[in-house]
Design a binder for this molecule. Structure first.
Ligand code: PLP
Length: 446
């Protein structure tokens, strides 16, 4: 690799960074991360900080997971790539599909379709949902329903179901026939309802009303994150997802659980769906499937959907969809090793225990700092919403957010800023001492 001066000089020139304004990046270049070890990363200036972002919600096992590195190296030696398109397959992809469907058996998942990441997984679920209705002779069912504040990646389908204008406006027109209903967020909602159970009911009723207005027989699927991540860690009441399931069942609408963030223990349960005992029709997964060591994702398919495709006698059943890297053998080898470590270390239990400690620390920070309007958390995903005026819930400006994150970085903790939220999603292998360090970093920043 070229030297640090070269990297610094070119940091924001030939590269456009995702989710950033190119001019802003030039004025204030991103940190160059050079090394990762355990749950920490080191930048080009040699500063080592605890990674409270976990890469991007994905490095659940930290940066020193030798079994994943070894499995990838062995697979690179044996077979660095072969296609998973009709006609050929590879050992790791077959094995990983088997393990995933066994793993997510409580959610009723029986088939896996491999992708290169979360946006691909969402796109796959949306497309297969439409195809499902064509096979069933109900081709009018083309619409999708989603939650405001939901995040589902950046492909055109995913952007269309996204519930945040920032990811939509510049790319419109998006897919027609997508409709959004309020998210069950106690801090900000159109009903001014602060009781989580009552709010869940109101939001469920809004879905019913939208379905009645659109006509159930025009709707293909409802998509939701069991805990909304990028929208600011919105944790619905435990009754919400089961209510959505019941509404979908009554009107024969497919339910897509977008578990790109919530899968693999992040919420303190193996999946966000399992947290509320819900069985979706599709689960989209990615990120921690390889703990971030390789770009891989999958769309998991329930028996209800798989049976229709597998019994199909029409011309609609063949899947005209897939990616060059669907089932990449090195990615699937990484996935198998990550899954084995995820299970062996029972990271769901650590996420639950550390999550309780983190939650307590966040409540204490809210009590201490006027700047904190709301704190939201579930397992090891958390957000602090910063406001300049608690009564008016006025979001703080960009500069304040950057000041908080920079000060925390100076105190040895990497945070992520998203709008006026500080987002936390540390590796699931953190210790109680790491939680205390994150809290200290936040305290300094605030
Ligand atoms: N779905 C959810 C819930 C996500 O949080 C994300 C990314 O953060 C995606 C989909 C898109 O995943 P990717 O960035 O891997 O395409």
């Amino acid at each position: 690799m070229r030297d640090i001066n070269f990297l610094t000089e070119n940091n924001a020139k030939p590269i456009w960074h995702p989710m950033a304004h190119p001019a802003e990046m030039r004025a204030s270049p991103p940190k160059i991360i050079m090394k990762g070890e355990g749950v920490s990363v080191t930048d080009a200036e040699g500063r080592t900080v605890l990674d409270a972002v976990g890469g991007l919600w994905n490095v659940n096992l930290g940066y020193s997971c030798d079994p994943i590195k070894k499995a990838m190296a062995a697979q690179l030696d044996a077979l660095p790539y072969y296609s998973g398109f009709r006609g050929t397959s590879t050992g790791p992809s077959i094995e990983l599909a088997y393990e995933l469907t066994e793993w997510f058996a409580p959610e009723g998942m029986v088939r896996a379709f491999f992708t290169s990441g979360g946006s691909d997984s969402v796109e796959t679920a949306l497309r297969v949902a439409r195809q499902y209705w064509k096979i069933r002779g109900q081709g009018d069912r083309t619409k999708f329903l989603a939650l405001k504040k939901g995040y589902h990646g950046t492909h055109f389908g995913g952007a269309s179901v996204n519930g945040n204008a920032n990811f939509r406006r510049n790319y419109e027109p998006l897919l027609p026939g997508v409709f959004h209903t309020p998210a069950p967020m106690t801090y900000r909602n159109p009903f001014d309802e602060t009781d989580p159970a009552k709010l869940a009911k109101l939001c469920a009723r809004a879905i019913e009303e939208e379905i009645a207005f659109q006509g159930a027989d025009t709707i293909a699927a409802f998509i939701m994150e069991p805990v909304l991540g990028a929208g600011g860690v919105i944790v619905p009441h435990e009754s919400f997802m089961p209510m959505v399931r019941a509404i979908c069942d009554r009107d024969d609408i497919l339910l897509i659980a977008d578990e790109v963030v919530t899968g693999f223990g992040r919420t303190g349960a193996w999946s966000g769906s399992r947290l509320s005992g819900t069985r979706p029709d599709f689960m989209t997964i990615a990120k921690a499937i390889t703990s971030g060591y390789f770009p891989l994702g999958a769309t998991l398919i329930s028996a209800k959907v798989a049976d229709v495709f597998e019994a199909d006698k029409t011309s609609f059943g063949s899947i005209g969809h897939g990616y060059t890297y669907s089932g990449h053998p090195v990615g699937c080898a990484a996935g198998l090793a990550a899954l084995a470590e995820t299970r062996r270390l029972a990271v769901d239990q650590n996420a639950a225990a550390r999550g309780v400690e983190l939650g307590k620390a966040l409540e204490a920070l809210k009590a201490k700092h006027q700047l904190v309007g709301d704190v939201r958390y579930q397992g090891l995903m958390a957000a602090l919403e910063l406001v300049s005026d608690r009564a008016a819930k006025k979001p703080v400006d960009k500069k304040t957010m950057a000041t908080v994150a920079d000060a925390a970085y100076g105190a040895g903790v990497m945070l992520r800023v998203s709008g006026n939220n500080i987002i936390l999603s540390p590796p699931l292998v953190i210790s109680a001492a790491d939680v205390a360090k994150i809290a200290e970093g936040l305290d300094v920043g605030l």
